[in-house]
Every structure is written in C-alpha cells, then in structure tokens.
Design a protein around this ligand. Structure first.
Ligand SMILES: CC(=O)N[C@H]1[C@@H](OP(=O)(O)OP(=O)(O)OC[C@H]2O[C@@H](n3ccc(=O)[nH]c3=O)[C@H](O)[C@@H]2O)O[C@H](CO)[C@@H](O)[C@@H]1O[C@H](C)C(=O)N[C@@H](C)C(=O)N[C@H](CCC(=O)O)C(=O)O
Ligand SMILES: Nc1ncnc2c1ncn2[C@@H]1O[C@H](COP(=O)(O)OP(=O)(O)OP(=O)(O)O)[C@@H](O)[C@H]1O
Length: 486
C-alpha cells in the first residue's frame, strides 16, 4: 500500500508491513513507536530502520532524522495506529460477523461454543486463549486478544478463506491497550464480573471500566448480550447505544433457563424465549456452563439463525479444552482438569465438585498460582480450597522467576482449618500423588492450567505435557498399573 494513501501529503512510497516491535520489522515496513509499560518504542527507531522500516510513526519529538525515511508525528498513537491497521488490511472485521466476548470468566468457553455451533451454518473462526483457528487452520496464540496488527492480519486471512464469522475473546488488557479499537463488533457479550487482574488494572473500578469499553464502543446497530444475573449488567446496559438482550437463570430475561437438572453426564433445562418454552438437553455440565451456553445461544439467535436450528446442535457441544474436562481412564473416582484461576472460577468448580462427591468421600485438590501475576489472590485461593477440600497438594503453576515454594507458602496463609496440605513442586509428581491418594468415589481436581502445553519458567515458556495428559498418564501408570513392568 502507498504511504500517500494512508497519510495525506506523505511521500508516495510503498509500505509492505506494519510493526510495533523493532526486532520484527522487515523491508518497507512502517514502525509505530508505542510507549509501553516496560520500555518505549521511540528508543528503537534506529533498529527499526536498520531492519528495513521506511516510515516511522511517532508521538514524541525526535532529535535525529535519517534521509529517505518518512517520519509521521501524530497526537493519538492508538487511534492513528488502529485506523492505519484497519485500512492496510482492508477492514476485515467489516466483512464478517464479529462476536466479541468479555467478562472475568467464561470467555474461552462461550467463544468456543459459539464457534462450535455457528460452524454448522457457516465457517466460523475462533481467536482466544486456547488457539487461533478457522477451517483447517490452527495456530498457537501469544495472547488472548492479539495485538491489533496480528489480529487484523488473522481476520484478513479468514475473510480471504471465506470465513463468515469469528468469535473473539476480548480481554481487559486488550481493551485497555486499544487492541480491538479497529474491530467492528456486531455482537458484544458479557459473561460476568468478579475479581481479577488487579496487578495490571490497579483497582477493580479500572478493571471494570476496561471491560465496559467493549459496550461503549459498540456501534448503534450492534447488539449487547448481557448476563442479567450479574449485577454489573445494569451498568453496562447504560453504556450501550444499540440493542440490549439479556440471558440468565435466576431472573426473568430474554433467554432464561428454568428447571435445571444437573448431572455428571449433562444438563436438562427449559429455555424460555419469545413466549415459548424449549426443552433443552446438553452434554455441558455445571450451572455456570449453562450461563455460557445461554450466552452462546443468544448470540447466534440474535445474529439471525432461528432458535429451532440452533438447538439442534446444543446436545453435543465439543469439549472446550481444559475447561471442566473429565478424565476417564476407567478409574473408580472422578478426575477433573479445569482452567479455574480466579477466586470466582475456583468457587464455582469447587461447588460442582462438592455436588458430585458423596459426603463420606474426599475432594483432593492440586493447584498453585502464577508467578509475577496478581499475588493478592493467592491467600484467597487457600481460603476457598480449604473450605471444600479434604486434601490439598500445592504445586507449580507458571512460576516465572518466582519460587513455587514461596507462592505455595502464600496460598497456605489462607488455609486456616486442619485440611491436609503438602507442597510438591513438580506438577506431574503432584498430580501422581493426588491420583495415588484417591479412593473410589473421591474427586480429584487439577486446577489452573487446563490443557496448556507449556509452563512459564524463569527463562520463558517451557514445555509441559498438559494437565489432561498428566492426569491420564498417572491414572494409567500409577493407579491402574498399565504400562509398568513390575
Ligand atoms: C501487560 C501487557 O499487556 N503488556 C503488553 C504490552 O507490553 P508493554 O506495554 O510492556 O510493552 P513494552 O515491552 O514496554 O514495549 C513498548 C513498545 O516497545 C517495543 N519494543 C520493545 C523492545 C524492543 O527491543 N523493540 C521494540 O520495538 C514493543 O514491541 C512495544 O511496542 O504490549 C506488548 C506489545 O503489544 C504486548 O506484547 C504485551 O503483552 C505481554 C507480553 C503480556 O503478557 N500481556 C498479558 C498480561 C495480556 O495481555 N494478557 C491478556 C489476557 C489476560 C487473561 O485474561 O489472563 C491477553 O489478552 O492476552
Ligand atoms: N460462566 C462462568 N462463571 C464462572 N466461572 C466460570 C464460567 N465459565 C468458566 N468458568 C471457570 O473459569 C475457568 C476458565 O474458563 P474460560 O477459559 O472459559 O474463561 P476465560 O474468561 O476465557 O479465562 P481466560 O481468558 O483466562 O482464558 C473455567 O475453567 C471455569 O473454572
């Protein structure tokens, strides 16, 4: 694309790529200097030019100018960058149906359910914590909500491949940093709001205000889908200029689930919608997943697909990787791998574990808490876990450069009852211990990492087999004795 077609009066040079990281710049690139949390992109202009940048977009006054390089000074970097990105990639989000999902918990689950069901009607992509995928393409993500350049590049690729819709997880970090400012959302979904990410946002108000941006920025033809049972929906309602649609269980709303019958194998409920009652059977388990399912059903129906058609596909929704994943190797006790990593997520999964565990049986927990992330929640994790567990095995969970033992000690400060608690640093050994301790009808909960195939250690991402694989492997080897010689 010609620079002159992006910025009025700019030289007529070719721009072949957009970059915010000087280390990644290629020939004929445009480099945006972002002032970040750790450093400032203005410091890396030389490197960007050495790597081939021919245009530098900056906000600060520069002292040095290199010949034949176009310098564009702007007032608002986020706004300018997003306008340029959208234009460069030919406004991909305007050429597809975009579902954006935000909230403290449930983003990955709701977006995956939307993709799973919508794919029956037209090709749908998914972008979020678990992966970036559409049709046969599957890529590993770096972030939940990618940076705006990569995000628009993926959407451009999806449009080229005739993908008609995308379900996008919208994190509070992404909203705060303007990563989705160039995205034309058609449907914005709110799951719930509880404590998280205060290390980044500072206060709970800032955290909520970040989430709110998705609704404030929604176009007037857009539709907001809100969880009526979460009190924060009232505040979001006032931020929306378009139509508001509600879903929930406890209060009357547009999509209400009533008479829930929960079991380990699935859930039955009556869905009240538009003065009709639809009997629903789904393989999804636990009440919070019915909220997630309602959010997905409402999104798809509001996008124009009739309810009767949508309901054909809810009885067998694909397992969302690492989210309430039941590991069944034929052992006589329950083993659940779950990505719960917020106090509310933990509380919800423990409530479910308690509901499926007979009173005289035990709940055995394996978890830790991430290093360099929100240390305030560690003690709360201890409090919640000790309320529901009969045994707690604390272990590593993305320790980064912190000591897993010290993180475990902080979790222990929340454990004030007599529940048995041990620390086993190696996550595989901790999972093995839980499996070996379990008796028939017990429930082993392995929390925090889901299916993630990596562990953040001091040197960055290291491989990890994933909690689901570790659980299946330890059950087979050390409980059932399969594949062990002696
Ligand atoms: C806290 C946070 O979100 N940080 C993001 C932010 O980094 P930053 O502001 O610290 O950037 P910085 O390191 O100060 O650098 C400033 C600028 O200089 C540039 N630079 C830097 C060094 C260099 O040699 N050359 C160069 O050009 C950088 O590319 C950047 O443009 O901007 C970077 C560029 O877009 C992101 O990669 C980075 O995400 C980091 C890696 C991250 O881990 N973010 C997580 C916390 C995050 O966003 N998570 C949410 C999900 C949370 C959840 O729900 O669990 C997500 O959406 O993934
Ligand atoms: N609607 C919900 N309400 C409360 N807890 C939930 C809900 N949905 C999922 N959870 C819990 O949160 C965990 C994470 O779910 P999910 O990955 O869908 O959330 P998320 O918002 O995408 O989180 P992240 O962005 O960190 O991936 C689940 O494993 C479960 O324990």
């Amino acid at each position: 694309m010609r620079l002159s077609s992006i910025f009025e009066g700019a030289p007529n040079i070719e721009i072949k790529g957009l970059y915010t990281d000087s280390r990644k710049v290629k020939k004929h690139g445009m480099f945006f200097c972002l002032d970040g949390i750790i450093t400032n992109g203005h410091k890396y202009i030389n490197q960007a030019i050495e790597n081939g940048a021919t245009c530098i977009v900056h906000t600060e006054k520069l002292k040095k100018f290199v010949d034949d390089i176009a310098y564009i000074k702007v007032e608002d970097m986020t706004a300018t960058m997003n306008q340029v990105i959208a234009k460069f990639y030919n406004y991909p989000s305007e050429n597809m149906l975009v579902f954006g999902v935000t909230g403290t918990n449930g983003k990955s689950t709701v977006t995956n359910i939307i993709k799973d069901i919508y794919d029956h009607f037209a090709p749908c992509g998914y972008i979020g914590t678990i992966s970036i995928e559409y049709k046969d393409v599957r890529r590993a993500p770096d972030l939940t909500t990618p940076d705006p350049i990569y995000l628009n590049e993926i959407l451009r690729d999806m449009v080229k491949d005739d993908v008609k819709a995308v379900a996008l997880e919208v994190s509070s970090h992404g909203l705060e940093q303007g990563r989705v400012d160039a995205i034309d959302f058609d449907i914005a979904v709110f799951t719930n709001f509880t404590y998280d990410h205060l290390d980044f946002h500072g206060t709970i108000e800032n955290y909520f205000n970040a989430k709110k941006k998705l609704f404030q920025n929604l176009k007037s033809e857009g539709i907001a889908i809100l969880n009526i049972d979460d009190e924060k929906s009232q505040e979001l309602r006032t931020a929306v200029s378009g139509r508001v649609v509600t879903y929930g269980i406890n209060q009357e709303c547009d999509y209400q689930a009533k008479n829930l019958k929960l079991s380990m194998n699935g859930t039955k409920f009556s869905l009240v919608y538009a003065d009709k009652v639809y009997p629903v059977e789904t393989n999804l388990i636990a009440e919070y997943n019915i909220y997630n399912l309602l959010a997905a059903i409402a999104s798809i129906v509001e996008s124009g697909i009739p309810m009767e058609e949508v309901l054909k596909y809810v009885n067998n929704v694909s397992q969302v990787e690492g989210r309430l994943e039941i590991i069944d190797e034929g052992q006589p006790f329950n083993v659940i791998v779950d990505f719960a990593h917020t106090p509310d997520g933990l509380e919800k999964i423990y409530e479910f574990a308690q509901s499926i565990t007979p009173e005289d049986s035990s709940v055995i927990s394996v978890f830790g808490s991430a290093g360099r992330r929100d240390s305030a929640k560690r003690k709360t994790f201890g409090e919640i876990a000790s309320k529901y567990s009969d045994m707690i095995i604390l272990t590593e969970d993305d320790p980064r450069d912190e000591s897993a033992k010290e993180i475990a000690d902080e979790i222990k400060t929340g454990i004030t009852n007599n529940v048995r608690c041990v620390f086993i640093e190696d996550r595989y050994a901790a999972i093995r211990q839980a499996v070996e301790q379990a008796n028939a009808d017990d429930t082993v909960l392995i929390l925090g990492k889901g299916d993630e195939p990596f562990m953040y250690r001091e040197g960055g991402r290291a491989p990890w087999i994933g909690d689901h694989n570790a659980a299946a492997d330890t059950i087979r080897k050390y409980y059932l004795g399969i594949g062990i010689d002696d």
